[in-house]
Every structure is written in structure tokens, then in C-alpha cells.
Write a protein that binds this ligand. Structure first.
Ligand code: OAD
Length: 266
């Protein structure tokens, strides 16, 4: 794997590993880019097929759901179908390996994700989800959790035929996703803010850092003295970043985490 990285990148990975080895508290924020190598398109990629004339912002909103709930459900069913057979890639697995080794290397890692897929969990990580879960549903009015068929992941298209009414209040069931214009889940956001404000290193992996409030976590970490590492093949213009690894997460994370856990500088 190291052979595939340029000499310049290997030197930057070593620099990042050194910083990470001396850190006690690490806060990691992932975005759609970490799942790109698993075959899930990012939000800034152009949408394809049926949905190419829609922007995510025009479908992922309470206004869009009120106007045309079937259209919004169809989009989420399409996304569920797109995601349901996808598997974690080396970046997810490296993070999971680091989390499970963290106690033995005396580090505290908080993994926060903007992703609504469950690839971190499939890899064995515990992640705080800021933007909800693609596989969960709740009522659009009273917020009751709607337990779909436990095998919903294997049958992701059931909602297409008709909209489902909430057994508690009768309003429509919706995907348990945080839409544009909505607040983030309180407990998840509190965990994220505390971890960002109290970390030595903040890592931003595969996010365009355009969507707030998640994008503000790096600034919060920086204001509190953390160093910021970004992993993104298209580095963002963020001014708070101290070290950029301009590469795909799946290529760079296994090498980086090996150096952190095994203290190897090869
Ligand atoms: P974006 O689609 O905005 O950005 C994905 C980022 O990943 C881009 O900066 C890419 O350059 C980068 N990227 C692509 N491939 C990569 C790879 N292999 N390794 C590392 N990075 C890679 O996705 P997010 O930043 O996650 O919100 O978007 C934030 C939020 O906006 C999403 O959670 C979603 C969206 O609209 C909601 O749905 C509420």
C-alpha cells in the first residue's frame, strides 16, 4: 500500500502519525467521502439516473416532504437501494481497528459522522450520527419511532406503494434523517461539541465542510488549541487546517493507522 503513495504523501502521513501518536484525545468527523470508495456517491457528485434533475437540498427538506411526500420517499427508497449492499472500505476498517486498540494505546477517540449509512458500524466502530440514519423511520408529526420490518434493509422498497400512517397520531412516517433547516439531535450534537472542544487533534475525513453546524466543529476544536488534520483528495479551502493529506481515505487511512497503533515509521 505504501508503494502506491507518493514520497511527499508518505512524508505527510508520517508527520500526521507523529502528531496522532502524541495525542490523548482525538475527535474525528467523517463525511460522504469516506463512503465513496464503498460505491456510495457523495452529495457534491452529480446525481445520476432518475434523480439527476434534483438537488439534495430540494428533496431533503421538510418543505419538500410536505409538498410531495411520495417523491421524497421515492428518493430515499432509491438511496436505500443504492446503499443496502455496500460494505465498509479500508478507511472504515482502519478507524474501527484504531478505536478497538485505543485503550491499549491510551487514547480516547470520538468518531462523529455526517453519514446516514451504517458502514462505520458494519466495520465495528461506534459512531455518533449527526444527520440521522438511513435505515430508521419516525413520525413526521409526533416523532414516534416507527419500527419497520426488522429486515427492511433487505427489502428497501416497501414504502413506494403507499405512504405509511403513524399508529400513534396518523400523520406520515418519514425517514429518520436530519433534513435541511432542521436541528441536529440534541444528545449527538452535545457529544460532538464536547469532543471537538476537548481534543488534541481533530481529523476531518471526506467532508466538503460546507454544511453547518457540523462544519463548525473543526473551528471549535481549533479555538480550543487542537491541531486539525484533513484527509480529502480535493482539499477544502478551510483556513483552520494544519495538515492536509490530499488522498483518498481508503488509500491513506490504513497506512496512517498502522503507524499510529504499531508505532511503525516504515
Ligand atoms: P459532500 O458530498 O459535500 O463532500 C464529500 C467530500 O468527500 C468532498 O470534499 C470530496 O472531495 C471528498 N471525497 C471524495 N472521495 C473521497 C475519498 N475517497 N476519500 C476522502 N474524501 C473523499 O459530503 P459531506 O461533506 O458529507 O446532509 O456533506 C455534508 C452533508 O451535506 C451531508 O451529510 C448531507 C449533505 O447534504 C444531509 O443530508 C442533512
Amino acid at each position: 500500500m505504501v508503494a502506491e503513495l507518493s514520497a511527499e504523501l508518505i512524508a505527510q502521513v508520517q508527520q500526521a502519525a507523529q502528531l496522532l501518536r502524541s495525542a490523548k484525545r482525538i475527535c474525528i468527523l467523517t463525511g460522504a467521502g469516506i463512503s465513496a470508495e464503498s460505491g456510495i456517491p457523495t452529495f457534491r457528485d452529480k446525481q445520476t439516473g432518475l434523480w439527476e434533475k434534483f438537488r439534495a437540498e430540494d428533496l431533503a427538506s421538510p418543505v419538500a416532504f410536505a409538498r410531495d411526500p411520495k417523491l421524497v420517499w421515492s428518493w430515499y427508497q432509491w438511496r436505500r437501494q443504492l446503499v443496502h449492499d455496500k460494505a465498509p472500505n479500508p478507511a472504515h476498517r482502519a478507524l474501527a481497528q484504531w478505536q478497538s486498540a485505543s485503550a491499549s494505546v491510551q487514547q480516547h477517540i470520538t468518531l462523529i459522522t455526517q453519514n446516514v449509512d451504517d458502514l462505520h458500524e458494519q466495520a465495528g466502530s461506534e459512531a455518533v450520527h449527526l444527520h440521522g440514519h438511513l435505515w430508521k423511520n419516525r413520525c413526521s408529526q409526533c416523532d414516534s419511532v416507527y419500527e419497520d420490518d426488522p429486515n427492511a434493509k433487505d427489502k428497501p422498497l416497501d414504502f413506494d406503494e403507499q405512504l405509511i400512517a403513524c399508529p400513534q397520531c396518523g400523520d406520515y412516517i418519514r425517514p429518520d434523517i436530519v433534513w435541511f433547516g432542521e436541528s441536529l439531535p440534541v444528545a449527538a450534537w452535545q457529544t460532538a461539541e464536547e469532543a471537538a472542544a476537548d481534543c488534541d487533534i481533530f481529523m476531518s475525513i471526506g467532508t466538503s465542510s460546507l454544511v453547518y453546524p457540523a462544519a463548525g466543529l473543526a473551528q471549535l476544536a481549533k479555538q480550543n488549541g487542537a491541531q486539525i488534520i484533513e484527509i480529502n483528495p480535493n482539499p477544502t479551502p478551510s483556513t483552520v487546517v494544519d495538515l492536509t493529506l490530499a488522498a483518498k481515505a481508503g488509500a491513506v487511512m490504513p497506512v496512517l493507522i498502522d503507524k499510529v497503533i504499531n508505532k511503525s515509521d516504515k
